[in-house]
Design a protein around this ligand. Structure first.
Ligand SMILES: [Zn+2]
Length: 781
């Protein structure tokens, strides 16, 4: 057979195969991005399964189950020959990631042979729903519509597509949208968190790895594939630019490699160029988003770029009209109405619909992947170089965690946290744990172990602070209360590698959770009794002379109608440590007689007005509006008067001052940002650790402060800021306002207590040491 004819037949055969790939329309009954069309997760999963059946260019795997037991899936898309050898390409990545085991000449060969690994992750924020629909259409096009660009992508990359990082939330938003469709509430966000525990904060979990979805993504994708690019797809407000793409704003976390940031600048700008060339307007770069907290970008400390796009939202799947004059004039770094170097063609205004978002994202996905395909060798070479630069880090030489620690459970938890991020941990002859910096992810370890010095950025010279996109501190030793020392000389003696949770060889550090509070709850759950030494805070399952017998607390956790992430984190913490509790909504509080059912009521971090008023009437369907109101406040006073304990976390404590008449004055109330600013920082505090609220803790700790109150009070002060040297890590303006003031106070109403936390003792599952303050409060009578 003449060769040309054979080629034509093969091409026809390939096309016939492609023709069987089901279209999104055939599967879902509508085009992606159609007005008012939202997706159910089961249909998304079955579509990807159908693609896998029809094409030899895609493999779909279930990585595990989501928090609420939905299949958590990822698709790998590549040329058939690549897909048949995935283990080979994983091995290339593993070897390039570690220059200690791979010579320069081996690396050169692996670079020629390897594939660019690009991961696109969708809809972690479930109201930002376009990206899952884009994922469906993009996968279809890649498999079924042959173009030179798409062929280059298939041949040169391994493309990992996660259609949703939060399948539970996708279904929650879809159900709410369908329920409210055609009502005045069409397009509103659901009145519940769109992740069971953490809502929007699911994208703040990338170093503590507390949630199942994060754990699966890290363990099954990041740590296996070491993607060169992770493109996380988001949406922003309705009046911002139509799409944002990096370069990022300052500050850049100092341990992120400069090569990686330069690559990010290149690829982000190149995506912006492709969008502009395709006729899309309102494309902004270098605005709004900084690159500080590792809670948002794991890959940046593991040799991979974080590409983010933020598309302007519609009203979920409902179109909306935005006039040009309504566009945001004061976005950080650009004016959405004006032309500037980083926003060259403003969007003229008009109707904006889900399909517009999908159209922009389709271009952005393909641009990102095509760039990776074109620059495959550079990406792999630089990935290896970044590893070399990490391994060459010499200052400090290592971090040392001495064997003698106040809290061995917290020490182990800290080591587990590092290990889940592929940090290698060794043991010295004296029993100390050692983290040498000559390892591939030393920058990650260093970022999490050192104190942050956030730069003093202002809107203009002498002006108010430039708001960080998220928070400014992430120092694990302070969060966990573990003594960790940076040393400038390599640690003497033979170091033995230890295995932590399956990471690395050597004796295993894993074991049952031995945290005392966990065990206390286990004893209670089994019907046992618990005694406590009220001097040291120690627990015992057997009666001890002079110790106090503890009753299992009946805990109520306040849950208003406005979703509150801190409420979710608090639930997570209670579940994690085995506390029994019930969620308490407004009607139950207002009905009173709370003391019959509860010993303690907890109010998570939210504004006093959100608690008092909730959604105003008409803003949400009946049954979701209103707050505690006067009846709620009266019932809470009655509860405390009858010996109950009210616990207010961070900003919620303002409610106690305003509505319950607690006599504490917030000394930073009304003080402007220019004068006092604490945007998510760790602050030093002194504890009265003989007080029952601080039992079992040291006399000095670091507490999480985020726009937190501080008090002048006649009540009992349990934690107090020092007279100077308040900042421990992060950024703080105006320490003089809070120096010497109360950060944790115990106030009385009748025979009950009102515990005011001017800090977050359960902050995002991270403030491990301060958890104890919170648990103590649950037992406080
Ligand atoms: Zn988002």
């Amino acid at each position: 057979m003449p060769a040309l004819r054979a080629v034509a037949l093969l091409a026809a055969a390939a096309w016939a195969l492609a023709a069987q790939v089901p279209t999104p329309r055939a599967h879902f009954g509508h085009e992606m991005g159609a007005d008012r069309a939202v997706l159910g997760w089961d249909r998304v999963v079955s579509y990807f399964r159908a693609l896998e059946k029809a094409s030899d260019r895609i493999r779909v795997s279930e990585l595990g189950k989501s928090t609420e037991a939905r299949p958590f899936i990822a698709a790998v898309i590549a040329a058939p020959a690549t897909l048949r050898n995935l283990d080979h390409y994983i091995d290339i990545q593993r070897r390039l990631a570690d220059p200690r085991i791979t010579t320069e000449s081996d690396a050169a060969r692996l670079v020629r042979e390897g594939k660019a690994v690009v991961m696109i992750t969708c809809s972690i924020h479930s109201t930002e729903l376009a990206s899952t629909q884009t994922a469906v259409e993009f996968a279809y096009r890649l498999l079924a519509e042959d173009t030179p660009r798409r062929r280059a992508i298939l041949d040169n990359t391994v493309f990992i597509l996660v259609p949703s990082l939060n399948p539970d939330g996708l279904d929650k938003v879809t159900a709410w949208y369908r329920k409210t469709l055609g009502t005045p509430f069409e397009g509103t966000s659901p009145p519940e968190l769109y992740h069971k525990y953490v809502g929007h904060d699911n994208n703040r979990d990338w170093y503590i790895h507390s949630q199942v979805e994060t754990q699966l993504t890290i363990a099954r994708l990041h740590n296996v594939w070491h993607p060169h690019i992770v493109y996380d797809v988001h949406q922003q407000g309705t009046t911002a630019s139509r799409i944002f793409i990096p370069p990022w704003l300052d500050p850049i976390e100092p341990n992120v490699d400069a090569i990686l940031m330069q690559e990010t600048n290149v690829i982000g700008t190149s995506m912006a160029m492709d969008l502009t060339a395709a006729g899309k307007t309102g494309v902004a770069i270098h605005g709004s988003y900084d690159f500080w907290s590792p809670s948002r970008h794991y890959q940046a400390f593991h040799g991979g770029m974080r590409i983010l796009t933020e598309s302007a939202s519609a009203r979920l799947a409902s179109p909306m009209t935005v006039a040009r004059e309504q566009l945001d004039r004061h976005a950080l770094g650009y004016d959405a109405q004006e032309r500037s170097w980083n926003h060259l063609e403003p969007w003229p205004g008009g109707t904006w619909r889900l399909r517009d978002i999908v159209d922009y994202q389709l271009i952005a996905y393909e641009s990102c992947l095509y760039h990776a395909a074109l620059h495959r060798e550079e990406l792999l070479q630089n990935f290896y170089r970044i590893g070399q630069r990490q391994v060459a880090r010499r200052s400090p030489a290592a971090f040392v965690i001495p064997a003698a620690q106040r809290d061995p459970g917290a020490t182990r938890k800290l080591l587990q946290t590092l290990a889940s991020g592929m940090v290698e941990i060794y043991r010295a002859p004296d029993g100390a744990y050692v983290i040498p910096m000559a390892q591939p992810y030393s920058g990650y370890a260093k970022a999490l172990l050192e104190r942050q010095r956030y730069p003093d950025l202002r809107m203009y010279p002498g002006g108010p602070p430039q708001r960080p996109y998220d928070v400014t501190a992430h120092t694990l030793p302070l969060l966990f209360g573990v003594n960790v020392e940076g040393v400038e000389q390599p640690v003497a003696g033979r170091l033995e590698r230890v295995s932590v949770e399956g990471q690395g060889p050597g004796p295993s550090l894993a074991g049952a959770d031995t945290d005392a509070w966990f065990n206390v709850n286990r004893i209670w759950a089994a019907g046992g009794a618990v005694w406590r030494d009220m001097q040291t805070g120690d627990f015992s399952a057997a009666p001890r002379e002079g110790w106090k017998k503890l009753a299992r607390p009946r805990v109520g956790l306040y849950r208003g109608y406005q979703p509150c992430m801190d409420e979710g984190w608090t639930r997570w913490l209670l579940d994690r440590f085995g506390f029994a509790y019930r969620s308490v909504a407004n009607p139950e509080v207002q009905a009173g007689r709370l003391r019959d059912r509860y010993d303690v009521l907890v109010f998570p971090d939210q504004s006093a007005s959100a608690m008092e008023n909730g959604y105003r009437k008409g803003a949400m369907p009946d049954g979701y509006t209103g707050g505690l109101g006067p009846a709620g406040a009266a019932a809470l006073k009655e509860f405390a008067g009858a010996g109950g304990t009210l616990v207010f976390l961070n900003r919620a404590s303002e409610y106690a001052v305003r509505q319950l008449g607690v006599a504490a004055r917030n000394v930073v109330d009304g003080v402007g940002d220019r004068e006092f600013y604490s945007p998510g920082s760790l602050l030093n505090a002194r504890l009265e650790n003989r007080h029952p609220l601080a039992l079992g803790l040291p006399g000095e700790i670091a507490v999480w402060s985020e726009h937190s109150p501080a008090w002048e009070t006649g009540g009992t002060v349990v934690a107090r800021y020092p007279e100077s040297g308040v900042l421990a890590s992060g950024w703080l303006l105006g320490e003089k306002y809070i120096a010497g003031r109360a950060a944790l106070a115990d106030e009385r109403i009748g025979s009950g207590h009102v515990v005011l936390f001017g800090l977050s003792p359960q902050y995002r599952a991270q403030s491990y040491q301060a958890f104890k303050l919170f648990f103590n409060a649950l037992l406080y009578r």
